[in-house]
Write a protein that binds this ligand. Structure first.
Ligand code: GTQ
Length: 347
C-alpha cells in the first residue's frame, strides 16, 4: 500500500471512531463551513403568472379557504424541494381567497407580509381592525397578532404571502394557536391605525412596545405617488433606479423585524448596473415588463410575475416600459447581526 493510501485509511478509521462519539474532523469541511464568499445552495427562479394563475384558480375548486385555513400555493425554490422555502430564510406563497370566503382567525410567532397581486376589496383583520386591500398594497400581520382574511368583493383576490417561517424554524421559536371564531371581533373602525400612525404624526403619549410598525397597510396609491415624485426630483440610482424601503415611522427601521420590504421604479428603457448583496430577495412585478439577469440566468417578466435572486448573485434589471418592482428579503436581520454586505461594482 502506498504511503498516502495508508494515511487515508488511518484517517478514515479515525473519523469512524470519533463519529461514534458525535464528533467530526473540522479540517475535512472547513472551507465549506467558512467559505471565502457566499455559496448559496439555492437558485434564481421565476414564476410566470400566466402559468401560475390557472392552478391557483383550480385550487379554488379543490378546497375552500375555510378547510385549507390558508389556501396557498407555495413558491418553493427549485433547488430546495420539500423545504417550503424560497430562500433558506424566507417563505413565499400565493394565497387565493374567493368571494364570500373567510380564512379563519389564528396567530403565530411567524411574521407575515401580504403584497396584493390581483383584485381588490378583500380585507385582512389584524388585532381587531380590518383593512380593505387593493393591488400593490403592502399589509403586515406582525408576530403573534390575530389575523383573518375575508373577501366581501365579487372577484377572486390573490396576494403574495411572505413569511419568516424558515428563520423561526431555525430558532425553534414557533408558536401558533387558532382563534375561537373564524372572524375576530372588530374593535376599531377601519382607518384607525392609518389615522394614528401614518401621517408623519403619532399619538402624543404613545410609546412603541415592539419593533413592528403600528401601520399595517401601506397603500399602493401613496407608495406610487412617492416613487413618481422621486422620479421627477432627480436622476435614478445606477444600481436601483428609484428605490424606497418601507419603514416603521416610530423607529426608522423595517416594518417587520425579520423582513425588509422595498419598492422600486425603473424608468422606461433603464438598465440597472450590476449589483449584488447578501440578502436573497423575492420580487413581485407590480407594473410594466422587462428582464433580469440573475447570475447565469435571464428571466423575462411582466406584471404579476415573481422571481427570486439568491444571495451574492449579480443582478441586472432592464425595463421595457416604466416598471415597478416590489421586493422583500431578510436584510434587517443581517443588518442587526452586522452581516449585510453589498457590492455596487464601484458605482
Ligand atoms: O395567512 O397566516 O402563506 O400562517 C402561510 C402560513 C399564510 C397566514 C401562509 C400562514 C399564512
Amino acid at each position: 500500500m502506498s504511503q498516502s493510501a495508508t494515511r487515508n485509511n488511518a484517517r478514515r478509521d479515525f473519523y469512524e471512531r470519533i463519529g461514534g462519539l458525535s464528533m467530526a474532523p473540522l479540517w475535512e469541511s472547513l472551507h465549506q463551513l467558512v467559505p471565502p464568499q457566499p455559496a448559496p445552495k439555492y437558485q434564481a427562479a421565476h414564476w410566470d403568472y400566466d402559468k401560475v394563475r390557472p392552478y391557483l384558480m383550480e385550487s379554488g375548486s379543490l378546497i375552500t379557504a375555510k378547510e385549507a385555513v390558508r389556501r396557498v400555493l407555495i413558491l418553493e425554490n427549485p433547488a430546495m424541494q420539500g423545504s417550503a422555502c424560497i430562500t433558506p430564510s424566507l417563505y413565499a406563497g400565493l394565497q387565493l381567497i374567493l368571494p364570500g370566503e373567510v380564512a379563519p382567525s389564528h396567530r403565530h410567532t411567524q411574521s407575515a407580509l401580504r403584497f396584493i397581486v390581483e383584485g381588490e376589496g378583500a380585507y385582512t383583520a389584524v388585532d381587531g381592525e380590518r383593512t380593505i386591500m387593493h393591488e400593490g398594497d403592502f399589509v403586515i400581520t406582525p408576530t403573534w397578532t390575530w389575523h383573518d382574511h375575508g373577501n366581501e368583493s365579487k372577484q377572486p383576490m390573490v396576494w403574495l404571502d411572505g413569511l419568516d417561517i424558515p428563520l423561526v424554524a431555525m430558532f425553534n421559536a414557533g408558536f401558533a394557536e387558532n382563534g375561537e371564531s373564524d372572524e375576530q371581533a372588530v374593535t376599531a373602525p377601519e382607518g384607525t391605525s392609518d389615522a394614528k400612525y401614518a401621517s408623519g404624526l403619532l399619538p402624543v403619549d404613545w410609546k412603541p412596545s415592539r419593533q413592528t410598525s403600528p401601520i399595517f397597510n401601506y397603500p399602493y396609491a401613496r407608495t406610487r405617488e412617492a416613487l413618481a415624485g422621486l422620479a421627477k426630483a432627480g436622476a435614478p440610482d445606477p444600481c436601483h433606479g428609484y428605490k424606497l424601503r418601507y419603514v416603521n415611522p416610530a423607529s426608522g427601521g423595517a416594518p417587520i423585524a425579520t423582513m425588509g420590504t422595498f419598492m422600486q421604479l425603473l424608468p422606461k428603457g433603464f438598465t440597472t448596473a450590476p449589483y449584488r448583496c447578501t440578502d436573497g430577495t423575492v420580487f413581485s412585478v407590480v407594473e410594466g415588463s422587462g428582464e433580469s439577469v440573475i447570475g447565469d440566468k435571464i428571466f423575462r417578466w411582466k406584471k404579476r410575475d415573481h422571481f427570486v435572486a439568491p444571495s451574492w448573485a449579480k443582478v441586472e434589471h432592464r425595463a421595457d416600459d416604466e416598471a415597478v418592482l416590489f421586493s422583500f428579503s431578510d436584510r434587517p436581520v443581517q443588518e442587526k447581526l452586522d452581516l449585510w454586505r453589498e457590492d455596487r461594482g464601484g458605482r
